[in-house]
Design a protein around this ligand. Sequence first.
Ligand code: GFB
Length: 343
Amino acid sequence: MGSALVKRLDGKRENRIPDMHDIAQDARIFVAGHGGLVGSAILRRLEAEGFSRLLTATRGELDLRDQRAVDHWFEANRPEIVFLVAGTVGGILANSTRPAEFIYDNLMIHATVVHAAYRTGVRRLLYLGSSCIYPRHAPQPIREQDLLTGLLEPTNEPYAIAKIAGIKLCQAYRRQYGCDFISAMPTNLYGPNDNFDLESSHVLPALIRKFHDAKVEGRRSVTVWGTGAPRREFLHVDDLADACLFLARHYDEDEHVNVGTGEDLSIRALAELVRDVVAPGVALELEPTKPDGMPRKLLDVSRLHALGWRHRIGLREGVESTYAWYQTAGSSRLPAATATARS
Ligand code: GFB
C-alpha cells in the first residue's frame, strides 16, 4: 500500500495509508454497545471525525439478545456499517461467578447482530473479541494463528467460547454469503467510562478505585488480588477506537487481527504504577487466595503493525488521564457501573 500526506484533526500533516474502504461522512453507522467502555470511545471518535448519521440503541430500546427485535431494528434503521462491540463483560471474579450470563448474553448478541447484518445487507461489520480467546498456555507473544491450539483459561472459558463463536460467525457469513465482516481481538482495555465496581471490574480500574479510596479514607494499604506475578498488556480505549476505525477502512480478510501495544508488565508492577499516580506512599498487600487467571497474556501485534497501525498512548499517561476522568465523572457513576452488564 502506498502512503499519502493527510491533514489530521490537530492540523498537523502525516503520512497515512490511503483508505481501502472509504466510509462516507453520511454513512449510517451503528455502534452496538455505545454505552460501554469501548462503544463510547468509538462513538466519541466517530463524532470527532464528523460522521453525521450515527445510530445507537440503549438496552431499554433494543435487547440485542432478541433476534426478532434486532431484525426489526435493522430493517427500520438500515445501518451500512456496524461496530459490534456490545457484550456482557467483566473482570476475573465476575467471569468466574456469572459464567451463564457471560456465555448466554454474548453468544446471543453476536448471533443476532451478525445475522441481522447479513439479512439487511450491511456493507461492513467489525466484531470485537477479546484476548482471552487464546489457550492458557499459548506461546508468548500470542499470534493470531494460536487460536484453538490448546485448552482455555478456566476462569473465563464460557466468555472465551462465546468470543470464539463470534469470530467463527463472521468467518462463516463471509465464506457462505460473501459478507464483509471482520474481527479484531483487543488486549486488556481501560479508559474513561470503564467499570470501577470492585466486584465486577477489571484490574486497572479496580486499582484506581482502591488507591483513590485509600487516599480519601486515610488508609495505609490496598489489597491486590492474586500473587502479583501474572503479566498483562493494557491498551487505552481511545487507541482501540482508532484501531477499529483503521481496520474498518483498511482490513478485509477472514482472519481476526490482534490489537495491543506489544508490551506487558506484572500485576505487581501495574499496582505500583497506579499507586504512584493515585496515592503515592500507600502500601500494596497481596491476597494470594484470589485467582491469578492466565499467567501471561501478551499479544503479538506484528500483523497490525505491518498493516500500518501503532498505539500512541503510553500506560502511565493513560492511567493519569483515566484517573483524572474518574475524579471528575467516574466516581459519580459508580451505582450505575455496579450493574456491570453490557459494554
Ligand atoms: O483484569 P482482570 O480481572 O482479568 O485481572 P483477566 C487481571 C489480573 O489482575 C488477575 C489481578 O491476576 C487478578 O487476580 N488483580 C489484582 C485484580 N487485583 C485485582 C482487583 O482488584 N480486581 C481485579 N479484577 N483483578 C479477564 C477475563 O481476565 O480479562 C475476561 O476474565 C476478559 O474474560 C478480560 O478477557 C480482558 O485479564 O485475568
